[in-house]
Design a protein around this ligand. Structure first.
Ligand code: GDP
Length: 297
């Protein structure tokens, strides 16, 4: 479907004479291809430009090892730089959930996969870390979404806060906190309401819930196929509610995952997990290497 970066650069360098080191001209030619490859992978333009600039300095004058072609050498430099940019400090999947009950706030737009991810993460914490988790849906506008979380909870064997009609999101958050404390839960997860677009009402509500819950982690769930849009969503949510990590969903799809690089570069927030399907086990720790390979094609 896409021409891989290695193929692109192979073509470029076949036309150039082999030299011991990469000349400034070689690098410039190659980086044009890199930029196109990044844009095709849905990396936003400013981020692609910034990336190319940072690689340019590293690649110019770099010696070409005998065993590889100049094209392969540039791909390696680009690959290493991508990993450096994508990877955060410390293990990405270590959530701050000591001191029970630890609140985790799940935020994001409607349809991003927030409810599914809440349940997947709850299951992961239960199965892998033996945590007792309580989940609560705060989506008072969409009773179906509240029921969906309940159904998933039953399916994975994780408790959900009983639904009481007519409560506000803040009231539900308070009740979740109370029940988590009284019930001896390790973690309680608040699945906030999403909207199709970011608006003030949504942000006000998420802020009010955040103030009540004082979350240990605020995870932003973003559809990994949304590319450029993902950056705007991440920036807005981070400015308004303070995000501690990102979960990229639908990474099982055809997308090249450029959103990951853009979000990381623009917000500096670590990507913690990736969603790889609709099933409850389809959540994996984010691995920079895998996504870098995918962006390069
Ligand atoms: P919400 O509105 O943000 O809560 O979104 P939902 O959790 O209801 O998810 C919307 C749809 O996306 C559902 O059909 C999910 O099964 C699906 N979904 C969620 N995460 C993933 C994922 O990682 N991969 C795929 N293929 N589908 C997903």
């Amino acid at each position: 479907m896409f021409e891989s970066l290695s193929e692109r650069l192979g073509g470029v360098f076949d036309r150039l004479t082999k030299q011991g080191a990469l000349s400034a001209d070689d690098v410039k030619t190659a980086l044009r291809e890199v930029r196109v490859a990044l844009l095709e992978a849905d990396v936003s333009l400013p981020v692609a430009q910034q990336f190319v600039k940072s690689v340019e300095g590293k690649a110019t004058g770099a010696s070409v090892t005998k065993s590889v072609t100049p094209g392969q050498q540039v791909v390696k430099i680009v690959h290493d730089e991508l990993i450096a940019m994508l990877a955060g400090e410390g293990p990405a999947d270590t959530l701050k959930i000591d001191n029970p009950p630890a609140p985790i706030l799940m935020v994001g737009l409607q349809g991003s996969g927030k409810t599914t991810t809440t349940a997947k993460l709850a299951k992961r914490l239960k199965d892998r870390e033996g945590k007792r988790v309580l989940m609560a849906s705060l989506d008072t506008n969409r009773p179906a979404a509240m029921e969906q979380l309940q159904i998933l909870g039953t399916q994975i064997g994780v408790d959900t806060l009983p639904i009481i009609k007519g409560e506000t999101a803040v009231q539900i958050a308070k009740r979740a906190k109370q029940q988590a404390t009284l019930g001896g839960y390790d973690v309680y997860m608040l699945d906030t309401a999403g909207r199709l677009h970011i608006d003030e009402v949504l942000m006000d509500e998420v802020q009010a819930v955040r103030d009540v819950a004082n979350p240990r982690e605020t995870l932003l769930v973003v559809d990994g196929l949304t590319g450029q849009d993902a950056v705007n969503v991440a920036t807005e949510f981070d400015e308004k509610v303070g995000v501690t990590g990102v979960v990229l969903t639908r990474m099982d799809g055809d997308g090249r995952g450029g959103a990951a690089l853009s979000m990381r570069a623009v917000t500096g927030k670590p990507i913690r997990f990736v969603g790889l399907g609709e099933k409850m086990d389809a959540l994996e720790t984010f691995e920079a290497e895998r996504v870098a390979g995918r962006i390069l094609g």
